[in-house]
Design a protein around this ligand. Sequence first.
Ligand SMILES: [Zn+2]
Length: 493
Amino acid sequence: MQQTGQPIAKIPLHMTPAGDTYNPELVFSPDGSVLYVRQPVVLLEGWDWVRWHAPEFASVTLVVIAVWLLWLTRRVMGRKQELGCVYCRRCNYELTPPIADEVRAGRAEWLSAEAKCPECGKRAKSPVVGRLRRWRLVPWLIGGGLVMMGCVMALAFSLVPLRPFEGPTWPVAGIERVARGLAFQKERERFPMKHLLTKWDTMTGTKLRTLAHEYVYGMNNGSLSPDGKMWAMGCWNLSEGGQPELVLVDAASGARRAVPWSEPPNVPNVIGFSADSKEAMVQTTVMAPSGTTVTLDAVNTETLQRRLVASVDVPPRLVPSAMEATYPYYLIDPAHPERIVLVVAQQTGGTGGVAADITVIEGEQRRKITGSWAGQSWYTPRWAGEGIVEIPIYRGTQNAQIDIGSGTVSMVNPPAQRVIAGDVEAAIAKGAVVPTGAGDLVISLGGAVSGAVASRDGKVVAAPVTRQRKGTPPNSRRPRDWSTEVWVWRLGE
Ligand SMILES: [Zn+2]
């Protein structure tokens, strides 16, 4: 079945201050009425906020002080004063008794209540006693000069030479085309540290609420419970090196609870929930020279109690020339949620051999399945149908599939990636095919579609759609020349 459709909703994504948009992970609520968007973002908080805005503050202060010092210098140089004489503060006219006089050292006063300046006719706060030009000027020049130096240092601290594919240049975009040597950009956080979790009405594309912004460690490290009531995320503030936490967020209210997890850098990795949604399943991988220990814990979402489900030791098998590390990965079988498998793929030689060790855990029962094939690298394993684990091979023509029931390993051709050209605008990828529960969906638009997800009943599909901004160089590689939105389609009717 194929359908061509216009989206029913377009959901904007968070853009960094520098204009970059990071691709989100999308999850539908069980009934498909709510779309959760979990997006890596760069939020400007605290010190980052100061650094981001420092160029504007520093440059404005620099100009204001420079103008003021020029004005002061001009005024002082133009108003001659003699030591011990008294002058009008307003117009610098020399005042003498009985109008005004120096009453004590350095301090002059009006000598009567009616006294005023005969030149400008005004009675300023008090007359001033004449001072040498250098004392009227030099302290201000030094003070102003120090502040200006501070501003220059703030600019040097907050600006860097334009980096490839970054920008925009400061203070105006496009300087690099005129003067490459003057192309500076703002210094910014290099990687998004936080994820922003928001929920949206699928039918209208309106935002329902922001649920969380958390230091989620890595993509794929979060899950919505099967009943749709709870989010679990594995969090760690890498830049501050704090304690890793399992964070539970109520999907309705956004109420947050955190479970302190382990010593850094052993980060909790949320792999899913038990079928009844009562426990979050969390993997911890501790690597040591003697081998890797992969632990699976279940955390009760009401009491926050932690229960050890399994702990598997993986001996090191790497040869010194091998490039791949061990990435063990627990998977919950969607067809049999009480069954959990630990997939450990390891490279067995420098020139290409992968061995997989699969531990099947069903309650107290353990089974082991082993297999090996040619190849150097692989992607995250996943379920490819009932009881079948698939390990996609990097640059391979075939993927490894392991039948958990029979324990057989076979190599299969991955499903062909079909791209269907539609009636499109200027585009990079002319439409895309999104696999759904209801069949394939042909999206006929200009832009690239990635990471599409379907609701449980297959009737609603959402995907991030990236399109090039108008007026930017053709096929630019700068992230800020592209914009991404989440589009939602409804199938059938
Ligand atoms: Zn005067």
